[in-house]
Design a protein around this ligand. Structure first.
Ligand code: NI
Length: 397
């Protein structure tokens, strides 16, 4: 076992430069969700060069690949990386700065993909040393509901051969490079987009008695909906309801006909999630009705919540402790952010963990989805090796 870990560490060190250059290439050429065509071509060229058999066009720009060890049917473990970028203008002044205006890999998906290519190369090199197979999933459109994971599953990525478990990693600037974070059970929230349109009767603001004021009705609705979290949500189930858009396009002396509201609902329980949607609709519509207005409710269901399988995650923690040292493995807290890896984790047992990419000393501290986000590139060597080691152990269980 020790010997095998050393082999992985050695290969990760050998492939470091190549993987960093892959990451930088991707970072310079970011593409938005569902537009990852050049990215997909680039990935395919790498898989081809490594002699790994792959399939393109799985849900448009997605790619799957298969590495067969000895007794390839014994167990199949999937590894997933997402590959889309965000509509952000990069502000880092680095040699690998984004060349695509208004597009940036500000969520580290370039790191996930480059690291997975490194892991793939390591496992391909060592394929005679393990039993079972490894399925690589390069997934498009993680950043945009409904997400690419759902469609890749519908296209059968978890079948033929049947995948037993799945592992994914995500960069995490809040923890220092050299460390990794894990969490069993519920880890990331489900997410839904709430759209409300309150229709009243607008007119001269000096004559409200003749109008049905949708601004007032919408305000009452926003306040009342806060009670869903404080009065209806069970205190054991973390829940968030936030509104970020409230559009009432009148002016000093004009009350508009309608108000549009957008918000997000997040939680960790499918049954409660469905009930909360009903509450949102009922409360909004009842308040509108009581005031003589109408409220149209449209809830765009997003990702389910992400649950990490206890056994696979505990095994991954053990592997990480062996690979990084016990002191470098951190227990994470649940988060209200969302991830479409959740679709995989709802379908088969999975583990989604966080790779430390921050470095306070070097000033690498910016958060995900910001124009100054970056990673300590040492994390690439660690990321590819750690995932190879976790996979090797997961295949044995
Ligand atoms: Ni992300």
């Amino acid at each position: 076992m020790e010997g095998f870990k050393k082999k992985i560490q050695h290969l990760a060190a050998n492939y470091r430069e190549e993987v960093i250059s892959i990451r930088r290439h991707m970072h310079q050429h970011p593409e938005l969700s569902n537009e990852e065509y050049e990215t997909a071509d680039f990935l395919a060229s790498k898989l081809k060069a490594y002699g790994i058999s792959y399939r393109t066009g799985v849900f448009k720009t997605g790619i799957t690949a298969l590495i067969k060890g000895r007794k390839p049917d014994r167990k199949v473990v999937a590894l997933r990386a997402d590959m889309d970028a965000l509509p952000i203008q990069e502000q880092n002044e680095v040699e690998y700065k984004s060349m695509n205006k208004g597009r940036m890999h500000a969520c580290g998906h370039d790191v996930h993909t480059a690291s997975l290519l490194g892991t793939a190369r390591i496992l391909q090199e060592l394929k005679d040393d393990f039993e079972g197979s490894v399925k690589l999933i390069f997934q498009p459109a993680e950043e945009k509901i409904p997400g690419g994971a759902k469609f890749m599953i519908e296209e059968g990525v978890l079948k033929n051969p049947e995948v037993k478990s799945i592992i994914g990693q995500h960069v995490f600037p809040e923890i220092e490079v050299g460390k990794a974070g894990f969490k069993t059970g519920m880890y990331m929230a489900s997410t839904d987009e709430i759209n409300l349109t309150i229709k009243g009767r607008g007119g001269h603001a000096a004559m409200p008695d003749l109008l049905v004021d949708p601004v007032l009705v919408a305000s009452q609705i926003v306040v009342a909906l806060q009670q869903i979290v404080s009065r209806h949500a069970n205190y054991n189930i973390p829940t968030v309801l936030s509104f970020g858009q409230f559009l009432a396009d009148g002016t000093y002396n004009v009350i508009p006909d309608e108000v549009r509201i957008k918000g997000t609902f997040r939680t960790f329980d499918e049954e409660w999630r469905a009930r909360a949607h009903d509450h949102i609709a009922r409360i909004s519509q009842s308040i509108a009705k009581a005031s003589g207005a109408v409220c149209e409710v449209f809830i765009n269901k997003g990702y389910p919540f992400l649950v990490n399988d206890d056994i696979i995650t505990e095994n991954a923690v053990r592997s990480a402790e062996q690979y990084l040292g016990k002191e470098n493995v951190i227990e994470l807290k649940p988060r209200m952010t969302a991830e479409d890896f959740a679709y995989f984790s709802q379908d088969i047992p999975g583990c989604f963990y966080r790779l430390g990419t921050g470095n306070k000393e070097k000033g690498i501290t910016s958060n995900l989805h910001t124009p100054t986000f970056d990673v300590d590139e040492k994390s690439l060597e660690i990321g590819m090796g750690l995932m190879a080691w976790i996979t090797f152990n997961e295949l044995r269980y």
